[in-house]
Design a protein around this ligand. Structure first.
Ligand code: CO
Length: 188
């Protein structure tokens, strides 16, 4: 599937609010091809030359509903730092990911969140769990995996899995007090 900034559906399209369904495993050839195309989108989107040439908006993740397919599949590529401050890249092609536990402690990105399906800026704190444990089938590794995520990766996972419920990041922003302080929350 051709995925670019013109084919990605925006929040002006009511399909973005659809609830996504579980995907049968093993993957059909069609589902596998779509997930690989989504992953390639994310990889290519952070390459300046390709992004320009192919009309890609930079992203760390994309979910299938964003190309109009209401199935629980998401591709994620997150560059972060490990505990020692060394660069680390997290890459996943997840099918039927499920959050199995969440920390009580909250976290949010100080710069706020963005989304390929949201054209405008929506400023404010998107308060999420600081840590999540996710179970999924990962096409990249061809096995079931458990991800223990903290920090930026935990935020990205929650953002992408929200798409399966038709939830967008700005739904979490309090319109009356967008920068409301949350006691004990980690600012990332
Ligand atoms: Co999004």
């Amino acid at each position: 599937m051709l995925i670019n900034n013109d084919t990605i559906i925006k929040d002006t399209d009511e399909r973005i609010r659809l609830v996504s369904e579980d995907v049968p495993l093993p993957l059909s050839a069609e589902d596998e091809a779509l997930l690989r195309d989504m992953f390639q989108y994310v990889i290519d989107s952070t390459d300046e030359e390709k992004a320009e040439r192919l009309n890609l908006r930079p992203a760390v993740g994309i979910s299938a509903i964003q190309v109009g397919v209401p199935k629980k599949m998401t591709a994620i590529v997150v560059d972060d730092q490990d505990k020692n401050g060394d660069p680390v890249r997290y890459e996943f092609m997840l099918v039927n990911p499920k959050i199995v536990s969440s920390s009580i402690q909250k976290a949010y990105l100080s710069a706020g969140e963005g989304c390929l399906s949201v054209a405008e800026d929506h400023e404010g704190h998107v308060v999420r769990s600081a840590r999540v444990k996710v179970r999924a089938y990962d096409l990249l590794r061809d096995q079931n995996i458990e991800i223990k995520a903290a920090g930026y990766l935990a935020i990205v996972l929650q953002h992408e899995l929200d798409h399966f419920k038709g939830t967008l990041f700005y739904d979490h922003i309090d319109p009356k007090d967008p920068f409301k302080e949350v006691p004990g929350a980690i600012e990332i």
